[in-house]
Ligand binder design. Sequence first.
Ligand code: ZN
Length: 340
Amino acid sequence: MMTDSSTVQPDFMAPWLMVARQYVARAMREDKLSHAFLIQGQAGLGQRVLAESIAQLVLCENLTTAQSHACGHCASCMLYLSGGHPDVHRVGLVDEKKQISVNDVRELSAELQLKSYRGGAKLGIIDPADAMNLNGMNALLKTLEEPSRNTLLILTCARVDRFPATIASRCQRIKLRVPTRKVALSWLSAQDSNVAWDGLLDLASGAPFAARELAAGGALELDAQMATVPELLTRPNADLVELAERCQGSFPAERFRWLELWVSDRIRKLFVTPSAGSGSAPAVLSTARRRHLQGLYSVLDTLRASQGALRGSANVTLLWEQVLGSLSRELLRVRPVRGR
Ligand SMILES: [Zn+2]
């Protein structure tokens, strides 16, 4: 499985990942390197890039004590950068499958038992590790309980709640946090200053790598497509089935997120009343506004439930019909009181 990380040069690395890699480098220097890392954090923060960067660092044959990144030109680094280092074994999702096969995990465990090709460390990367099923997790547990010498496992996971404690407790955890907006935007615009990153970063819930993927996949079009939806919903004869179809396309999760942002924005605006100056006490809302707020919060609940269901095998059209139906009812209900 090839990754985009082989092209990531150290100086181009995201600052929030660099901190994590420095931590690993320090552990190496102090000879306190764990035999397994679990990189956790919201999806789209660059978990895989970090995993790969740690792999290259651990394999580098030219590390000085002051360095926290691989040299990039020793024999091991050259092999790694060619994408074919024989001591790195990767397991991930293939062919758009939603689960990692247990056989892949068993194969990885077997590979890690073998002798290292270059006489150094052997690495296993499982990304995303939360896509393993129970059988896969059990197969991995054996490897974690009896690690062979000089092996390092790197697991990534976005949802630690779906991860068995038996595995998590045997790993050293690296927790990635969403960077500040300023850091994220500056990293993104350093890569392409012509993209309107603000909106994409919102859609990606602040995760810069996810925003970059959205840009690469043409998600700016998504914004234009979705922008027509709220207005269409306020028409009394709105065809929800037709609109549900309109809302489908690439980036299904981000489309729900788009509408979530739209509803949240409307909620924020309801709190801003002409009488509420800066520093004054929170505004007293009229009954109509309060009712509208409650209605919108209930739409948000439906939206979030749909986003959860989307991760399973739910019928996407049906999810959209429910979401659009609830928003449409609320928008039509308040129509007469708008502008108050
Ligand atoms: Zn090197």
